[in-house]
Design a protein around this ligand. Structure first.
Ligand code: NAD
Ligand code: RM4
Length: 260
């Protein structure tokens, strides 16, 4: 695996990432610290994962903090932002990452599975982004908001009929928020990962045939790893992206464009 370059693009910035005890969120949080940021993560249940993410951030010489909360609960958002500000004084970058994808067939989708997916992925994001944006507006020096949408905002999935609308919704939320928040210098963008190997798809990709099919669709020849998301997150978070808002960046090894 190629060694990732290290910069100080996020020096002096405070970065918040939801669902960051594992997977892409953790790679984004630790990655932000590697590029100079102090990082406050949200996590829901995995105390050990959250503690070890904070330890990794601190080992990079940055300040780290883990704040527990279920993003589906609207009160979590205000609590998370308030406690992060209490500890680090401000929020410069907010990464809405927490999400679930309980793969299930369409015709017999349990109501609870549908509703929980909506609440975590989309409602949770709405309240979080709103709370982060209000904090950035109060601070008065702009900011960057990044939503972990998905290639699935653009294409369907047979066992993802509850999930893909949340990812399209996140992308749409970033577009509308970019308009609402542009006057405050707050940029809002989405990242559209392809298939990244994490817990969310471990079971799904345990099916050898499906995994081979997914791999075969990718021009770069491999499924993604969480650290493939580090550079795109750091770029959108940093002032290098100062004129980028309302945009969506596919990070999928070319899977989306590979029709034939
Ligand atoms: P993951 O399961 O490793 O990470 C999801 C994280 O969200 C976990 O840390 C989990 O604890 C947290 N989370 C779940 N429900 C929560 C809740 N109610 N409150 C707070 N935190 C909660 O999977 P991942 O692949 O790292 O997923 C991260 C994001 O990336 C998700 O939004 C997912 O939809 C998106 N994404 C993933 C892929 C992929 O292929 N892995 C592709 C596109 C988009
Ligand atoms: C992504 C995409 C991936 C899937 C994950 C769970 O948005 O659909 O292929 O593995 O979600």
């Amino acid at each position: 695996m190629t060694e990732l370059p290290v910069t100080n693009l996020l020096q002096g910035k405070t970065v918040l990432v939801t669902g960051a005890s594992a997977g892409i969120g953790r790679a984004a949080a630790v990655g932000a610290a590697r590029h100079g940021a102090d990082v406050a993560i949200n996590f829901s249940r995995d105390v050990a994962g959250a503690q070890s993410a904070v330890a990794e951030i601190e080992a990079l010489g940055r300040r780290g903090l883990a704040i527990k909360g279920d993003v589906a609960d609207p009160d979590t958002a205000k609590d998370y932002i308030a406690r992060a500000v209490e500890a680090f004084g401000k929020v410069d970058v907010f990464v809405n990452n927490a999400g679930i994808c309980p793969f299930h067939s369409f015709l017999d989708m349990p109501i609870e599975t549908f509703e929980r997916t909506m609440r975590v992925n989309l409602h949770g994001a709405y309240f979080m982004v709103q709370a982060a944006a209000n904090q950035m507006v109060r601070q008065g020096h702009g900011g960057s908001i990044i939503a972990m949408s998905s290639i699935s905002a653009l294409v369907g999935g047979e066992y993802q009929t509850h999930y893909t609308p949340t990812k399209a919704g996140l992308h749409s939320l970033m577009q509308s928020a970019a308009i609402a928040l542009g006057r405050y210098g707050i940029r809002c963008n989405s990242l559209l990962p392809g298939t990244i190997l994490t817990d969310i798809n471990k079971e799904d990709l345990a099916n050898e045939e499906k995994r081979k099919y997914m791999e075969g669709r990718i021009p770069l020849g491999r499924l993604g790893q969480p650290d493939d998301m580090e550079g795109p997150v750091v770029f959108l978070a940093s002032d290098l992206a100062k004129y980028v808002t309302g945009a969506a960046l596919l990070v999928d090894g070319g899977a989306f464009v590979n029709l034939q």
